[in-house]
Write a protein that binds this ligand. Structure first.
Ligand code: GSH
Length: 225
């Protein structure tokens, strides 16, 4: 049986869980330690053994230990091709991979500047004020990105072609983080908001969202419940 080491509030771990759920793949899971004060310390031994980057998610299949949500997606797709989470043509697959990369690295960049909102205020008021200012600037760049994504998904059910893909999963998770971190609302972007609501209606996405909300209630009091 596959085994996933994950963090309760780990965006990249939850990407993998959504793919496992969408493909209906049986797996066991083990949550690694996480607190807002200490992050992922102490690191789980299985994570240290498998991943030189010391990060979750880690997926173990027998003597194969994988890290990085994108590498794990590709393995799951080859192991369980149906339902596919990539489009059919090489060109569409490449576009889809770029969009997943965008979600993980480009759209996620301003989200990093909202993460302080889950933490107690920094003891140095100047540093805290700097973080607030960076958060507000991040919100402005997210609004521009939301407008662009709204235009791109308008009139379509999914971001890449006719079925759910890894691009939808990556974008969903990064946008979910903007919402839990009290970033810009989606309402002004009706195509993007409708896409987000549709995905929330799928069991694997709903489960990830509900478990993240429950973990925030326990671990992130600064978000105010
Ligand atoms: N590109 C990696 C990113 C993994 C990642 O950033 N994991 C975070 C949790 S969401 C982590 O373990 N952070 C601890 C650290 O970077 O030290 C992926 O897609 O899996």
């Amino acid at each position: 049986m596959l085994k996933l080491y994950l963090g309760a509030l780990s965006l990249f771990s939850r990407k993998v869980e959504i793919a496992l759920g969408e493909k209906n793949i049986p797996y066991e899971r083990e949550f690694v330690a996480f607190t807002q004060e200490k992050g992922y310390e102490p690191r789980h031994p299985a994570v240290l053994a498998a991943n030189p980057k010391r990060q979750v998610p880690v997926l173990v299949d027998g003597d194969l230990a994988l890290y990085d949500s994108t590498v794990i997606f590709e393995y799951l797709e080859e192991l369980y091709p149906g339902p596919p989470l990539y489009p059919a043509s090489p060109q569409d697959r490449a576009r889809c991979r770029l969009l997943e990369l965008d979600a993980d690295e480009i759209l996620f960049a301003p989200v990093r500047n909202l993460l302080f909102r889950t933490e107690p205020p920094h003891a140095d008021p100047a540093i805290h004020a700097g973080r607030i200012a960076a958060g507000l600037a991040a919100e402005e760049s997210l609004k521009e990105r939301f407008a662009g994504l709204d235009r791109r998904v308008a009139g379509s059910i999914f971001f890449c072609g006719t079925h759910l893909t890894v691009a939808d999963i990556g974008l969903f998770m990064t946008i979910l983080f903007t919402q839990r971190l009290k970033g810009p609302a989606l309402d002004p972007y009706p195509g993007l908001a409708a896409w987000y609501r549709r995905l929330l209606g799928r069991p694997a996405f709903a489960k990830a969202a509900a478990e993240i909300a429950a973990a925030d209630r326990e671990l992130s009091p600064a978000l105010g419940g």
